[in-house]
Design a binder for this molecule. Structure first.
Ligand code: GLO
Ligand code: MG
Ligand code: MG
Length: 411
């Protein structure tokens, strides 16, 4: 292979290999799915505690135009991704949002969700439910402003990730007081929403809470989706019917949970309204790898569950393109390939539900075997049928790699 000596050669090898991969869907096809693209994910510059940025800033207008080209029909944002903190709630805020709204219209895209940033700015050093009443009053103002932004932008969802609701030092805060104060902010958002929805002649937003077990705080008061489901039902919310959850795949994996089981519990509670899709590793950091690159089999199974239980909310691409990806690569590789893996896994999940072998095995398992009353008799009667569990596991693997459609290796 010839030595690469120029940027145009770099670009040409990347482009050539991208198209050699094939298997990409058209923008029109991609738009049929409720896939949402965050402003912050595409604009992420690669920075972290130990990492300097590797990419240049990109504006909302660029992100929207690129998402449109790819076929991502929905855009979402934190308030401060697009509005400087000092301009929040001012005329400047509405000017910025008006320009973005026009851009979205021009690209026939919609704003699906708005989320209030309560973790980055120094004002959140002690979290959004800090001991200081001034901080809490400011937090209330911010979530109410976020609801106003949501109605202005035509969003259906508001998300809350209370990553700073916790502590670094044990004993410094009272957990119950903090949670009660946090509930007051959610109540402020819901109560304002009822009024704003009426005024704007729109339905109220769906308020979704997103858990993450650790980071940025050492200990987090609502670390899992289950904790949030309990919080919603704690009696402290004035409008629990307006509040649901936005689980993130990796956040459930990070604490060692089974994301599919966490999603199942949220579905059963009727609270699975929004879903951040990505990938990563158990008991590690929030590496936000793109969907399906680490645990494709788990992802396939998750989508089977969501399809079979009628989940109809957004699939939000909350992941971080790796630092090794360029600005160009973010839009030519990261986003289109993530969308395409999602669509493939989603369609494959449909295949799983229709697969005659899985269907027959599942029906047989559900029917069970008659032939006994005592523990020993029942166990003996079922001794053979149980092997079908492992066969289902194998069949899922076959579907994942296409063996069910005749893919073979000659060995
Ligand atoms: C961070 C979270 C974050 C949220 C976002 C939406 O770990 O995943 O990206 O999803 O703030 O509220
Ligand atoms: Mg998230
Ligand atoms: Mg994450």
């Amino acid at each position: 292979m010839a030595t690469i000596t120029s940027q145009s050669q770099e670009i040409s090898i990347v482009d050539r290999l991208v198209s050699a991969c094939g298997g990409s869907y058209s923008a029109q096809t991609r738009r049929k799915y409720f896939i949402t693209g965050p402003q912050w994910a595409a604009a992420y510059e690669g920075q972290a505690l130990f990492h300097a940025p590797t990419r240049q800033p990109v504006t909302p207008a660029q992100v929207i135009a690129e998402y449109d080209k790819i076929g991502i029909g929905y855009w979402c944002t934190h308030d401060t991704d697009v509005i400087p903190t000092e301009a929040l709630g001012t005329d400047r805020q509405w000017e910025i949002l008006d320009a973005i709204r026009k851009d979205l219209q021009k690209h026939e895209m919609k704003c699906s969700m708005v989320t209030c940033e309560t973790f980055h700015h120094a004002v959140w050093a002690a979290g959004p439910a800090a001991q200081s009443p001034e901080v809490r009053a400011y937090a209330n103002q911010r979530v109410v402003n976020n609801v106003e932004i949501g109605h202005f932008m035509g969003a259906q969802y508001a998300v809350y990730w209370p990553g700073t609701l916790g502590y670094m030092l044990q004993g410094a805060i009272d957990e119950i007081e903090t949670l009660e104060w946090y509930a007051q902010s959610i109540n402020a958002a819901c109560e304002a929403d009822i009024k704003l929805a009426k005024k704007n002649n729109r339905p109220t937003l769906k308020h979704c809470m997103e858990a993450k077990p650790f980071e940025p705080q050492a200990e987090i008061l609502l670390p899992t989706t289950d904790a949030m489901l309990a919080f919603i039902q704690s009696g402290k919310l004035t409008h629990p019917e307006m509040v649901g959850v936005n689980p993130e795949y990796l956040h459930e994996l990070m604490w060692g949970g089974a994301p599919r089981a966490a999603l199942a519990r949220a579905l059963m509670a009727g609270k699975l309204w929004h879903f951040d899709i990505n990938d990563g590793y158990r008991l590690k950091h929030d590496v936000d790898i793109a969907v399906g690159l680490v645990n494709p089999l788990d992802w396939l199974c998750i989508l089977v569950l969501l399809r079979s239980h009628g989940y109809n909310g957004p699939f939000n691409l909350d992941y971080k393109p790796p630092r090794t990806t360029s600005n160009k690569g973010v839009f030519s590789i990261s986003f289109p390939t993530a969308v395409d893996r999602f669509i493939t896994l989603w369609e494959m999940a449909g295949e799983v539900s229709e697969d005659p072998i899985i269907k027959e095995a599942t029906e047989a398992l559900k029917q069970g075997v008659s032939g006994g009353k005592t523990a020993a008799e029942i166990a003996k009667a079922h001794a053979e049928l149980g092997s079908l569990h492992e066969l289902i596991g194998h069949r899922l693997f076959q579907i994942l790699i296409g063996q069910n459609r005749g893919r073979k290796f000659s060995v």
